[in-house]
Design a protein around this ligand. Structure first.
Ligand code: SF4
Length: 388
């Protein structure tokens, strides 16, 4: 039997710390490092890390490394008799090779899943000079033929500064979708959270991206307004989105772990967190206020209480509101059981409890919490914060 070709242990490229949930099966390439703003009170991600730009040469060298990994993986597939198909057996072989880098494994997983999705890290690649970003995109498309959809994070304040012509050039160079952390459209709250943008700029940034023909995914943060501003947050955010009509509206509920700046406001009493049930009510008001748009809503984040609140506007709006109404109408004990189930990562929606036969197990868990003398709300809160 001929020996299989070796995988080069020196091959690697740089990757950043996060990606959107929808990019779980994407190739991750880092075009800039960290966040150029880095001041939002609720954001734990890039703290104590300095923003820096990567040169076009560095980015191209990373793409070259990814292309070489691809070549080695396809050669391995052929040598294993799979004819260039990256099957489970081929990807297992790569994953079980202890000397390969995490980036190598990412390329193997990407080829195996065959999504063709590439996510460009980190927080705001639109801050790059448009010509440099366009050149990097063209190079990526040339060297990695499997790349189908290329997406990135961006700040709406930067998108507002880019002309539609510049953004169109980026789309033509291969940037298909932009993920924007809108979080809220309520100006006093944007200011309090130090988001560094106004609602007017959020609208302009979003409209610019759409006018350039790119897909736009806007992240909204339920709970961000706290007790003081939950209504204003829900209504103003929906009104901003009504003027943008993004392709996707993604919910990602606020958590306040100790390491974020907002925690100081929480301790000082300047910010009061919403309960899970109050957050469900806020989301209901938010969705009810969305009008005249055709966005798809998703709740595919572990922080969210009910993952199945999602669908296409306008037709699925009644269904989404009904899911929230049904939850809010449950007896206290049922809501508590569901919250335990959700925070343990076992349920996506309340009916999963009986559908998956989890009731007696959840009752035992609740009894254990109560017997320990701990407050169930506090335990669930800690569990949820530990996921951030
Ligand atoms: S702009 Fe985004 S990544 Fe940067 S600090 Fe704010 S939320 Fe975090």
């Amino acid at each position: 039997m001929t020996a299989l070709p070796a995988l080069d242990p020196t091959l690697t490229f740089e990757q950043g710390p996060i990606r959107p949930p929808s990019e779980a099966r994407s190739l991750l390439l880092r075009f800039t490092r960290n966040c150029p703003w880095n001041k939002c009170k609720f954001c734990p991600v890039y703290k104590r890390r300095t923003f820096s730009r990567r040169s076009l040469e560095e980015i191209k060298a990373d793409i070259d490394a990814a292309a070489e990994m691809r070549r080695e993986i396809l050669a391995l597939s052929k040598a294993m008799g799979h004819g260039g198909d990256v099957s489970a057996e081929v990807v297992n072989r790569v994953f079980s090779t202890p000397t390969v880098s995490d980036a190598f494994r990412n390329v193997a997983g990407w080829l195996y899943y065959g999504t063709g999705n590439v996510f460009l890290q980190d927080a705001n690649n639109l801050v790059m000079k448009p010509e440099v970003l366009a050149e990097a995109l063209r190079y990526l498309r040339e060297k990695l033929p499997e790349a189908k959809r290329v997406t990135t994070y961006a700040r709406s304040s930067t998108a507002a500064q880019r002309s539609v012509e510049e953004l169109t050039m980026l789309r033509k160079a291969g940037l298909d979708r932009v993920h924007v952390g809108l979080e809220t459209g309520y100006d006093p709250l944007l200011k309090f959270m130090n988001k560094g943008v106004t609602a007017a700029k959020q609208i302009k940034g979003g409209q610019n991206i759409k006018a350039a023909g790119m897909e736009l995914s806007e992240y909204v943060m339920p709970g961000l307004g706290g007790r003081k501003w939950w209504r204003e947050h829900a209504v103003a955010t929906a009104e901003v989105l009504n003027q943008i009509n993004p392709d996707f509206i993604r919910l990602r509920t606020l958590r306040v772990p100790e390491r974020i700046e907002l925690h100081k406001d929480l301790v000082a009493g300047d910010f009061v967190k919403l309960s899970d049930d109050e957050t469900a009510e806020e989301i209901r008001l938010f969705i009810a206020t969305l009008e005249g748009i055709t966005s798809t809503i998703t709740s595919d984040h572990m922080m969210n209480l009910i993952e199945t609140v999602g669908g296409k506007l306008p037709e699925d709006k009644p269904k989404m509101l009904a899911i929230l109404d049904d939850y809010l109408a449950l007896p206290d004990h049922e809501r508590l059981l569901y919250r335990i189930c959700r925070r343990m990562g076992r349920c996506r929606e309340p009916r999963d409890i009986d559908r998956m036969g989890l009731r007696s197990d959840l009752e035992s868990n609740l009894a254990r919490i109560e017997a320990s003398g701990h407050n169930a709300d506090e335990v669930l809160n800690e569990l949820a914060d530990s996921m951030v």
